[in-house]
Ligand binder design. Sequence first.
Ligand code: NAD
Ligand code: TYD
Length: 334
Amino acid sequence: MKVVVTGGAGFVGSNFIRYLLRNVPDCRILNIDKLTYAGNLNNLSDFFTDSRHHFVREDICRQSTMEKLIRGWEAVVNFAAETHVDRSLMEPEKFLRTDVWGVFSLLEASRRCGLKKFLQISTDEVYGSLIRGTARESSCLSPSNPYAASKAAADLLAFSYYKTYGLAVSVVRSTNNFGPFQHPEKMIPLFITNALENEKLPLYGDGRQVRQWLFVEDNCRAILMILQRGQTGQVYHVSPGVGHRNISIARMILRLLGKPESLLQSVKDRPGHDRRYCLSSEKMRKLGWRPEWSLEKALAATVKWYQENPGWWGALKKGAFQEYYRKQYGGQTC
Ligand code: NAD
Ligand code: TYD
C-alpha cells in the first residue's frame, strides 16, 4: 500500500500513520503537512526514522507541487485542514483556503495523476445541530459555522470529482475524536491539562451540548477499513453511538484526576454553538467495524497520556494559543 497522508503531523493524521505502520507491514507513507500551529513534528517522533514514512513540509493549496509529489502513489487520505471551530469564527478565510481550496488542489492533482483512491476526511459538523434523531449518510447538510461550511463544501466538491471525472472518492465523517497528541485547544485535552494545573475548566453556556466522543484509535481502524474495503462514491459515518453532555465529560475528567468540581466554570457560549450531533454508523457496522474502546477506558488512557507527557502540551499551552483564548473568552462568565 502506497499512501499519501496529508495533515499527518496533526492529531488524527499522526495517529493514523502510527496505526498504519503498526498494522500494515508493507505500507509506504508520504506525509505532507504545512506545519501550521496545529502541526507538530513531535507527534511523529516515534516513527520519524521508520524508512516506510517520508515527511515533506508543504501546503496542500500548491496544486502543481502536489501533482509532482503525489505522482506514482496509489491513494490520498486527506486530513489536512484548519479544524478549530472557535478559530473559524475569528479567521474564516484560513478555513476557506485550506479546507476548500486545498481540497480542490488535491482533487485536481489526484485526477491528473490517475490516483486509485481519494479519501476525504470530513466531520459530523456538516449536518449542523440535530435537536432529535440521527443523521444518516444521506441526510441534508446544514453547517452552522465557517469550519463546518468549509468541510461541507469540500465534501460536495470531492463528489463532483467522482461524478464528473470518475475519481475514486469516498468521504469519512466521524464524530468528535479524542486521544493522545490532540492539541490542547480542543475540549478534552484543554480540560485535562487545565485540571492538571488546577485551572478552571471553561464550559461554554450550560455545558449540556451533546457529542459522541470517539477514541482516535477506533477512528483510525475505521479509516483503514474504508481505504481497503470502502466503496467509491460513498459517505461513511464513524460514530460510537452514545452521546454525552460536555458537563458529564468534564466531571469524568475531574473524577479521574481526583480534582474538585469547583474547577468547573460556566463561560460565555460560542456563537452559533451546535447543541447536539448524532450520527448513525450502521453502514460501518455492516462493513465489520465497531468501537473497541469504551468511553471510560479511552478517557482514562487519554488522561494518563497527558499526565505522562507534560512536555508535549506544556509548550503548546504557553504559546500563542493561550493569548488567543484569553482574548476570545478569558474572564467572561455567564
Ligand atoms: P489538527 O488541527 O490536529 O491537524 C491538522 C493538520 O493539518 C496539522 O498538522 C496542520 O499543520 C495541517 N495543515 C493545515 N493546513 C494545511 C495546509 N494548507 N497544507 C498542509 N497541511 C495543513 O486536526 P485533526 O483534529 O487531526 O483533524 C484532522 C481531520 O479530521 C480534519 O480534516 C478534521 O476536519 C477531521 N475531523 C477531526 C475530528 C476531531 O475530533 N479531531 C472529528 C471529525 C473530523
Ligand atoms: P471542540 O473540541 O471545539 O469540538 P467541536 O466544536 O468540533 O464539537 O468542542 C467540543 C465541545 O466542547 C463543543 O460543544 C464546545 C465545547 N467546548 C467547551 O465547552 N469549552 C471549551 O473550552 C471548548 C474548546 C469546547
